[in-house]
Design a protein around this ligand. Structure first.
Ligand SMILES: *[C@@H]1O[C@H](CO)[C@@H](O)[C@H](O)[C@H]1NC(C)=O
Length: 367
């Protein structure tokens, strides 16, 4: 019985799992649901219902371009999963309920496709979009081309006014540029005055960033700026033109020349790249400061030591001189010598005063 059932199931399961079933989790969910039914005949019946759901999924997607993007597929899948969980908890096991659930799945897919296909599949109002989508029939990735509705990649021009010495920001980004396959880059070109000739254009910058900043504008920088979004093989996806006018200021004297790094360079420099030199600079400055502090402290200590030693030496010298005098001279001579030594060493002491006091004391005693 069991081998026969497995054979039947294998035959009943189609190779192709369209759209919603392209998600492996949905396929597994359905398989588990069928196998959880204990009755073999009922299993076969449920398998038929699930297989029929595949047909309705395919029809629903075929009538809507037959493709889906990965975000839409994800949204449809998660909504269906939570709906299916609720169904498993409440179902009485009747096949009718299963049919209704599969119809609900188709409706969920239809709702998400109806939101995606008209606006999301080809959001380019102008310009060429080559993107990656999923084929709802084969579950394989494929390249989908959205040609320009206007038939060309040139998407108009806009005027930009700026003052001399001022700044102009040119940005040609549109959200759908992110969907383009490969790694296209923005090419900014410039030609003086209004130029129609291709040869007149000079390449200013090629960058993954969509904008350029023109700083410290000069009158001579006015003209036609072209922004082209191209891939490495030169396929142009998008092109716009900025007509820049730079008005000279009436009271413009000679300006001091400020040498700043080119802003185009700064712009393309990522903050992460800029962080490393800044950190290095901070480390260098702080270590230089601490080194000089240390040096200064050592210097100060040495000076203090030297002065202390000097004064110590002088005191020692004086003491030894006094001592030798005391040993060899009588009191009077010693006092004279002491005075001489002290005076010669530049220290003012109160010896004279003491002497006077002593004499005064003698006089009062006498009288
Ligand atoms: C550039 O785009 C064209 C058109 O989609 C494509 O054929 C070509 O392979 C792309 N080149 C690169 C390097 O991606």
């Amino acid at each position: 019985m069991l081998p026969l059932l497995l054979l039947l199931l294998a035959c009943a399961t189609p190779e192709v799992r369209p759209c919603l079933q392209c998600e492996r989790t949905v396929k597994l969910m359905h398989d588990n649901y069928v196998l959880s039914e204990p009755d073999a005949l009922k299993q076969i019946e449920l398998q038929k219902i699930v297989d029929y759901a595949d047909v309705t999924f395919r029809e629903t997607s075929q009538s809507r371009m037959g493709v889906i993007d990965f975000t839409t597929l994800y949204r449809a899948r998660t909504e269906y999963q939570s709906e299916f969980d609720r169904f498993l908890k409440s179902t009485t096991g009747s096949t009718n309920e299963a049919v209704q659930m599969m119809e609900k799945a188709r409706e969920i897919l239809e709702k998400h496709l109806d939101a995606f296909i008209p606006d999301g599949l080809c959001p380019n109002k102008c310009g060429l979009l080559v993107r990656r989508v999923m084929d709802c029939n084969s579950c394989l990735h494929k390249t989908y081309t959205c040609p320009s509705p206007t038939g060309q990649q040139h998407c108009g021009e806009s005027r930009v006014n700026a003052e001399a010495g001022g700044q102009a920001v040119l940005d040609c980004f549109l959200p759908w540029h992110r969907l383009i396959l490969g790694k296209p880059e923005y090419h900014y070109l410039w030609a003086p005055e209004v130029s129609k000739e291709k040869a007149d254009f000079k390449v200013l910058v090629v960058t993954r960033d969509s904008s350029v900043v023109l700083n410290q504008l000069q009158v001579e920088e006015r003209g036609t700026y072209q922004c082209l979004l191209k891939n490495q093989s030169g396929t142009v996806f998008y092109k716009v033109i900025f007509l820049l006018s730079v008005t000279a200021l009436p009271t413009q004297g000679p300006r001091p020349v400020v040498t700043l790094p080119s802003l185009l360079y700064v712009h393309s420099l990522k903050w992460k790249d800029a962080l490393v030199p800044v950190i290095c600079l901070v480390i260098a400055c702080s270590s230089a400061a601490s080194l000089s502090l240390l040096f200064y402290a050592i210097l100060l200590k040495n000076v203090w030591k030297r002065q202390k030693a000097k004064s110590l030496k002088r005191t020692n010298l004086l003491q030894s001189q006094f001592y030798s005098l005391r040993m060899h001279l009588n009191k009077k001579d010693w006092e004279r010598q002491e005075k001489e030594v002290l005076e010669s060493s530049g220290v003012k002491l109160t010896i004279e005063l003491d002497q006077k006091k002593r004499e005064k004391g003698k006089k009062t005693k006498l009288s």
